[in-house]
Design a protein around this ligand. Structure first.
Ligand code: SF4
Length: 379
């Protein structure tokens, strides 16, 4: 993939109060001592990598887990180190994920004062019964308090995560959830369908999930209802007010290089993909060795030109604006038709892909079978 001059940073905080019943993310509960040791190792990684990297940083995303579980002093150390060690641009988007039940006004103020300018709140549902069924630690009232505190602390760019396809959820229930949250007027809403992941408590249960047809309708309802409140769908699962699309995620989908810091964090730098260890013990122990963080990196793979083309297609097609034919030609020195002519023609005939003004994108129906369509772009 073309090397952009700017890079993005992802910082992983692998701690949560407790595991939600559907979650297979790299996160677990941990006490203050473990958190401190982790932050110490993370600071070391930030410092070492910051010394190596001279590129301007266009966006930072602190995700998890639950970054907001950390006490204010630890959050402050991480943010100060990021700004001290990397060249984070003045206008950079700096997002932190936070969950209701872990936020205080003090934490929010410290984050805001230390450069966080976008907050992503994990609500999932404004319905307390649904929240309990997902195994979330908070209720809707706690979310509202967090949301109001975020505004009070000066956050003018707030995302709210929602989930549909929850056990027992109806179309009417989902519409009510969407309207309740949209009426709060956040700048951004992410709406994902629940995926039952292997090894989670949900996978072992006999859940009463909405059927496929209902889920299809729920997805269509999402764009229509959020559209009424001024949200534009810019990606398969993401909706934003004008000018508030997530810069970090758009960078990821359009091939901007990213450096992942922390446990299990993935990177794509200088055309190479690599991942940090997922073992917390290894990460903290290795941080005391001189070859840290190189000693915790695995799967160092240089992407071939073919893999770069595949990535360009299947990441770009996630965006409603799709991919630019001219950009493909510029990046790879060959017209897109010569590589993907057949597959594009076939899916256009099936009305799953559309083409307008030199851009190719999924049709509304195409979004529903996006996995199948994208798989056909693997060469
Ligand atoms: S808060 Fe998020 S990361 Fe933590 S357990 Fe729940 S879903 Fe997983």
């Amino acid at each position: 993939m073309e090397q952009n001059k700017k890079i993005e940073l992802y910082v992983h905080i692998p701690f949560c109060v407790k595991k939600c019943d559907y979650c297979d993310f790299l996160s677990a509960p941990a006490g203050r001592d473990t958190q401190e040791q982790y932050v110490q190792a993370l600071l070391h990684e930030i410092q070492t990598e910051g010394g190596r990297r001279k590129e301007p940083v266009a966006s930072v995303f602190i995700g998890g887990g639950t970054p907001s579980i950390l006490e204010a002093d630890l959050l402050e150390k991480i943010l100060k180190a990021l700004y001290r060690c990397f060249y984070i641009e003045k206008e950079a988007e700096v997002t932190m994920e936070a969950n209701p039940g872990t936020l205080t006004l003090e934490k929010l103020r410290i984050c805001r004062e230390n450069g966080v300018n976008r907050l992503s709140l994990g609500l999932q549902s404004p319905d307390d019964t649904e929240l309990a069924s997902l195994g979330r630690i908070h209720d809707y009232q706690q979310f509202l308090e967090s949301y109001q505190m975020a505004r009070e602390a000066g956050f003018h760019n707030v995302n709210v995560d929602l989930m549909f396809g929850i056990p027992g959820q109806t179309r009417d229930g989902w519409e009510k959830s969407l309207r309740t949250v949209a009426a709060l007027n956040p700048e951004h809403i992410s709406a994902y369908s629940l995926i039952i992941e292997e090894g989670t408590p949900f996978a072992a249960r006999n859940l009463k999930l909405p059927d496929e047809d209902t889920e299809y309708q729920m997805y269509e309802d999402t764009a229509r209802i959020l559209g009424e409140y001024g949200f534009e769908q810019y990606e398969i699962s993401n909706y934003a007010k004008v000018g508030k699309a997530c810069i970090h995620n758009i960078g990821y989908w359009t091939g901007v290089s990213y450096l992942g810091l922390g446990l299990g964090a993935a990177s794509l730098m200088d055309g190479c993909r690599f991942t940090n260890t997922t073992s917390l013990e290894r990460y903290t122990t290795a941080s005391r060795k001189p070859d840290f963080p190189d000693n915790i990196r695995k799967d160092l793979i240089k992407l071939t030109r073919q893999e770069q083309m595949e990535e360009f297609m299947f990441l770009g097609l996630r965006l409603r604006s799709g991919i630019s034919k001219a950009e493909f030609a510029q990046r790879f020195g060959i017209p897109i038709e010569e590589i993907y002519g057949d597959v594009i023609r076939r899916y256009k005939e099936l009305a799953l892909l559309q083409e307008e003004n030199g851009r190719i994108f999924l049709s509304r129906h195409g979004i529903h079978v996006s996995n199948t369509v994208m798989a056909d772009f693997l060469l």
